[in-house]
Design a protein around this ligand. Structure first.
Ligand code: ZN
Length: 322
């Protein structure tokens, strides 16, 4: 059992965390929201380069909700077939132990259709692109919904570490290749009956003949194929190139589910680069290490609103300069 610790107001204790080395001095900053927006706008305006770190909270803020009406409308027949105690939202339902390949792909083709194939770029992602497009920028993301590409970000500027809903791989990762599954998901979506796809549509690994799986990091068989490594190299090169520049780390919707991919590395880079600054936006968890002082802004608000206000603040600044 986790022991409950009583802390001074405004302080969050993540020291009991299992994931390694979280900051022990996390605080919710108490500057007024408008001041924080001005500071964040100033950071971005003066930046030589911007690194976006984006987690699930960004897509939620953009409108890609995994629960509620969006779930019950799209997955009504699945909820009826498998039971609402298992099919609670698009996160928990992905863990359902589908009894057959026809059932598994019946579900995942729908999930991919609703979250990856059907949606166009959300306005928040487009606003984000507009905010950074004129400066060197790079995106590190755990999101698998392909929104950064849809919003206009170039492939060589994105490292999506956890996979993509539009791709499949060998379930046992027997070879380092992933396969574009957009067309077959569209076909499955048409052919699905009673939550099942026809047997002839079940994909098979072209190498070992075994089952296929979504290209999502969920176990040790996740395939890091050539494009994944290429993206990792682009990210490393970007960090090296801008080592001595004024860099803004723009962290969006990164919580504490997998902080070892974006949150903790960003904090580490802040400690290693004196001239880097950070803007952390998160609806509930925008705590920042107090030791970073004025170099970090933690905005605990709706990200869509914050991005809009920052863009406005930058534009207002430009008009004053002219
Ligand atoms: Zn295989």
């Amino acid at each position: 059992m986790i022991k409950k610790v009583v802390l001074p107001k405004g302080r969050v204790d993540f020291t009991q965390f299992l994931s390694g080395m979280p900051a022990r001095d996390y605080v919710f900053q108490n500057e007024p929201y408008d001041e924080q927006i001005k500071e964040a706008a100033g950071f971005i305006r003066d930046a030589d380069a911007i690194i976006i770190g984006a987690g699930a909270g960004l897509s939620t803020a953009a409108g890609l909700n995994y629960g509620g009406k969006r779930f019950t409308d799209n997955f009504a027949e699945f909820i009826e077939k498998y039971g609402s105690e298992y099919m609670r939202d698009m996160y928990s339902s992905g863990f359902y132990p589908f009894p057959t390949e026809e059932a598994k792909w019946g579900y995942w083709s729908k999930h991919a259709y609703v979250n990856r194939i059907e949606p166009e770029a959300f306005p928040l992602y487009e606003a984000l692109y507009k905010l950074v497009k004129d400066k060197p920028h790079f995106v590190l993301t755990t999101n698998v919904d392909h929104q950064f590409w849809k919003a206009g970000f170039a492939d060589e500027d994105i490292f999506a570490t956890q996979g993509d809903y539009g791709e499949i791989q060998c379930e046992k990762g027997c070879h380092d290749k992933v396969y574009d599954a957009i067309d077959i998901f569209k076909q499955m979506n048409q052919a699905r009956k009673d939550c099942l796809i026809p047997s002839y549509m079940v994909p098979k690994c072209p190498v070992c003949g075994g089952s296929m799986a979504m290209h999502l990091r969920s176990d040790r068989y996740f395939v890091e194929e050539e494009h994944w490594h290429e993206a990792a190299r682009h990210y490393a090169a970007f960090l090296k190139e801008h080592k001595n520049d004024n860099v803004v780390l723009l962290e969006l919707g990164v919580g504490f589910n997998t902080p070892i991919i974006i949150r903790f590395p960003f904090e580490k880079m802040m400690r290693e680069h004196e001239n880097w600054v950070m803007v952390r936006m998160n609806l509930e968890e925008a705590v920042v290490p107090e030791s970073l002082g004025k170099r970090a802004v933690g905005i605990n608000e709706d990200i869509a609103k914050s991005i809009e206000d920052i863009a406005k603040s930058i534009n207002d600044g430009k008009r004053v300069d002219e």
